[in-house]
Design a binder for this molecule. Structure first.
Ligand SMILES: Nc1nc2c(ncn2[C@@H]2O[C@H](COP(=O)(O)OP(=O)(O)OP(=O)(O)O)[C@@H](O)[C@H]2O)c(=O)[nH]1
Length: 411
């Protein structure tokens, strides 16, 4: 029985609270709160159905084998016993098992199984009652076995175990008391033995269900807690690599990814491209509109850069202040330059008004190299940065491709 953990975080949160509450419920309360009970049923119903059917078939086989018993000490009634066992009890029980196997709602499933126990008890009483054999009543002592099957082997849910035990007691009492050939002392003894069997098996039944439910609660709580912890870890991991203002990657993540992409490029013998993007005259914008508007502008620019890259492969990073870096795996110098132009034009097209005349623009330094073991990955950043410097010097709002292009760099 493994609890499943479906549903969103909020659902899991409330479920966890409900589980905690259920764990502190009074010892005599077996049922859980509604949400947990529903989950318990969903998680256990298939396995429980299977258990009921397998244990039920075993019990039925033994019930039918009692025909040997009938033959041994009430041979004159063996036909009627056979008819009751094979003609009535067996088809009825098989029909119930079939329905359970197909899937019944929990209450119906338990009720059907409890009713099968009551019918087995009724028919066993009918068999001994109809026989004229002087020893026929002897098997009333074994009726406790039927309780054993219902309350322990099948482990009927406690309420149903109590119900079926009461019905069985009523049936046994009725048949035993009205059965003439049985001496009174034996009747008393039969009823005492039966009642004690009922009580003992009910105590065992309660403990079985209580411990099954307790184990389920503990397991479910463990799973929900683990999931919550995993979720928290994922959130923390994401926070640790994200720039809080713009939502793109931060510099720490860039350092890791640059190394990683560099090694991949060496292994796969591919080019690695990079863009360094800097907003032009951002100080003017900030001074004119204030820091909050400046922040909003940075967010817009970051989003626009994101719009022009390959979402799965490329990485946008806020490198610092108003400077962004884009890492472009498997990109030649010309494709890095095309990406630079798309981004630069896209940002200009946003038409964010600058402090003076015109709109917010960016300058871009683009570079691409073929990485090798003898080179340091930071060289790529240096040459892209140098290209950015050229773009700024040449008047801004432009992209400049670093002179070292598709060929390998000197060590
Ligand atoms: N609003 C805001 N401004 C920032 C942030 N980080 C850096 N800045 C501002 O970005 C501006 C950068 O200015 P400079 O480095 O002088 O560069 P510039 O004015 O863009 O000039 P050029 O780069 O030469 O075109 C400064 O005014 C910083 O205060 C930030 O997180 N939010």
């Amino acid at each position: 029985m493994v609890p499943s953990c479906e549903g969103g975080p909020a659902v899991k949160e409330t479920l966890l609270q409900a589980v905690e509450l259920d764990l502190s419920r009074p010892w005599h309360r077996l049922r859980f709160s509604h949400a947990v009970e529903t989950r318990f049923e969903a998680d256990t119903s298939v396995q429980r159905g299977r258990h009921l059917v397998i244990a039920g078939i075993m019990a039925l086989v033994i019930y039918d084998l009692y025909i040997i018993n009938d033959y041994a000490f009430r041979p004159e009634a063996v036909h009627i016993a056979a008819w009751i066992r094979f003609g009535l009890m067996t088809p009825l029980a098989l029909a119930v098992f079939y329905c359970i196997r197909r899937g019944l709602p929990s209450l119906l499933r338990e009720a059907a199984m409890a009713a099968t126990i009551v019918v087995a008890m009724l028919l066993s009483n009918v068999i001994f009652f109809l026989s004229k054999s002087p020893y026929s009543f002897l098997d009333t002592f074994s009726f406790g076995l039927i309780l054993l099957v219902g309350n322990i082997v099948l482990s009927l849910r406690f309420a149903f175990a109590v119900g079926s035990s009461l019905f069985c007691a009523l049936i046994v009492a009725t048949f035993v008391v009205t059965y003439e050939p049985m001496p009174t002392e034996v009747k008393i003894n039969t009823l005492v033995v039966f009642t004690s069997s009922a009580l003992f098996t009910l105590v065992a039944n309660f403990r079985l269900e209580a411990s099954e439910r307790q184990s389920y609660l503990l397991l479910l709580r463990e799973q929900l807690r683990n999931q919550a912890a995993r979720k928290d870890n994922q959130v923390l991991a994401k926070i640790s690599i994200t720039d809080p203002l713009t939502g793109v990657a931060n510099r720490r993540h860039f350092d890791t990814m640059l190394e990683q992409r560099w090694d991949e490029a060496i292994a796969e013998r591919t080019m690695l491209g990079m863009l360094v993007i800097d907003i032009d005259y951002f100080k003017h914008y900030n001074d004119h509109y204030g820091h909050l508007k400046g922040d909003a502008c940075l967010r817009q620019v970051a989003q626009e850069i994101q719009n022009h890259i390959r979402q799965e492969d490329d990485l946008v990073v806020r490198y610092g202040g108003e400077e962004f870096v884009v890492l472009l795996p498997n990109a030649s110098a010309s494709s890095a330059m095309r990406a630079a132009q798309r981004i630069r034009q896209g940002i200009e097209a946003l038409a964010i008004p600058q402090a003076g005349p015109g709109v917010i623009t960016v300058s871009v330094g683009a570079a691409a190299v073929q990485p090798s073991e003898t080179m340091d990955p930071t060289i790529l950043l240096s040459i892209a940065d140098e290209a950015l410097f050229q773009a700024k010097r040449a008047g801004r709002n432009r992209s400049v491709l670093a002179p070292l292009q598709d060929g390998p760099l000197p060590a």
